[in-house]
Design a protein around this ligand. Structure first.
Ligand SMILES: [Zn+2]
Length: 169
């Protein structure tokens, strides 16, 4: 291992524990997403239910989203900015009434701890627009043991054969 490789390795180590514990990504500061729009702009672009989840951190009623029962092969993109967030091969039936995944696409979501209920929970959001997606728990299936519990209204499903939407700007 030369010096550059070992440096990379050390940087990798210093970042990995942060992300796996669900603390904000290194380099990402909360509230400064890559795509910046005011709440009123988002409110004018999105359906009210989607806006409330994505930008007011609301939670949809369990079982209310057809995406909970979506079993086709494809990609789930952020309903606000269209960044691909999850692949259907990482989706599973959690029985909670919310679409659940055991892994997001690399770099697609960032997270922070919230205290909306009495106990702390790890919320996660789209790294591009900052839109709230759901909460991640440690009771998921192998290989990650994670359960990304997502609001269906914050996602759009794109079948594998279809073109992904152009990212919203
Ligand atoms: Zn987004």
């Amino acid at each position: 291992m030369n010096r550059r490789q070992s440096l990379k390795w050390m940087i990798g180590l210093s970042v990995a524990p942060l992300t796996s514990r669900g603390i904000a990504w290194a380099g990402e500061s909360a509230g400064s997403p890559l795509l910046k729009k005011s709440k009123s702009e988002w409110a004018s672009l999105l359906q009210p239910a989607a806006y409330r989840v994505l930008f007011e951190e609301d939670t949809e009623r369990p079982g209310s989203s057809p995406l909970d029962r979506e079993k086709r092969d494809g990609i789930f993109v952020c309903a606000a900015c269209y960044l691909p967030l999850f692949d259907s091969t990482k989706k599973y039936e959690s029985g909670t009434g919310w679409p659940s995944f055991w892994q997001p696409l690399p770099g697609a979501v960032g997270s922070k701890t919230d205290f909306k209920l009495i106990y702390p929970r790890t919320e996660y959001h789209c790294t591009r627009c900052g839109g709230h997606q759901g909460h991640v728990f440690d009771d998921g299936p192998p290989p990650t043991g994670k359960r990304y519990c997502n609001n269906g209204v914050a996602l759009k499903f794109v079948p594998r054969a279809d073109k992904l939407p152009v990212l919203r700007t």
